[in-house]
Design a protein around this ligand. Structure first.
Ligand code: CU
Length: 138
C-alpha cells in the first residue's frame, strides 16, 4: 500500500501535478503520505445492470380484479408473463383470441406471446368481462 502511494506520489511529482506538499523525496515517508492530487484513480468497473427487483416490462399482475398495468406496450412477439396475485382464477385473453393465457390459478403465473404485428389489442379476463386492458405492440 505504501509502495503504491509512493509510486503515485512520484508519478504525480514527475508530471508536476503534485501539490506543494509533495513530501520528502526519500523513501522514508512516515505516517500518512501526501493525499492531494493522486491521479491514479482505479478504473471504474463497467456499469453493471441493475438488479431486476421491479417487475420487468411486459409483466402483468392481476390483483383485486384489475390488470396491473391494464394498458402496456411490448415488442412484437414478446413473451409476456402474467401473475395472478388474486384469490380467484383469472385469464388474460385477447378479445380477438389472438393471445390467451388460459386460466391462471390464484398465486400462479402464465405467459402468452404478443402478436407479431404492431397495433393495439383489447383484452379481458374471460371469466370476468369487466376486467379489461389494452396491449399495444410497438
Ligand atoms: Cu378474472
Amino acid at each position: 500500500m505504501a509502495a503504491v502511494l509512493l509510486g503515485a506520489a512520484l508519478a504525480a511529482c514527475s508530471v508536476r501535478v503534485g501539490g506543494p506538499d509533495s513530501g520528502p523525496d526519500s523513501g522514508s515517508t512516515s505516517g500518512p503520505g501526501p493525499t492531494g492530487s493522486v491521479s491514479a484513480t482505479p478504473p471504474a468497473p463497467a456499469a453493471s445492470p441493475s438488479p431486476a427487483t421491479a417487475p420487468a416490462p411486459g409483466a402483468v399482475v392481476i390483483r383485486d380484479f384489475v390488470f396491473e398495468p391494464a394498458d402496456f406496450t411490448v415488442r412484437p412477439g414478446a413473451v409476456v408473463t402474467v401473475r395472478n396475485a388474486d384469490t380467484v382464477e383469472h385469464t388474460l385473453t385477447a378479445q380477438d383470441r389472438g393471445f390467451d393465457t388460459g386460466v391462471i390459478a390464484p398465486g400462479a403465473s402464465a405467459t402468452f406471446t404478443a402478436p407479431a404485428r404492431q397495433g393495439a389489442s383489447s383484452y379481458l379476463c374471460s371469466l370476468h368481462h369487466f376486467m379489461r386492458g389494452i396491449l399495444t405492440v410497438s
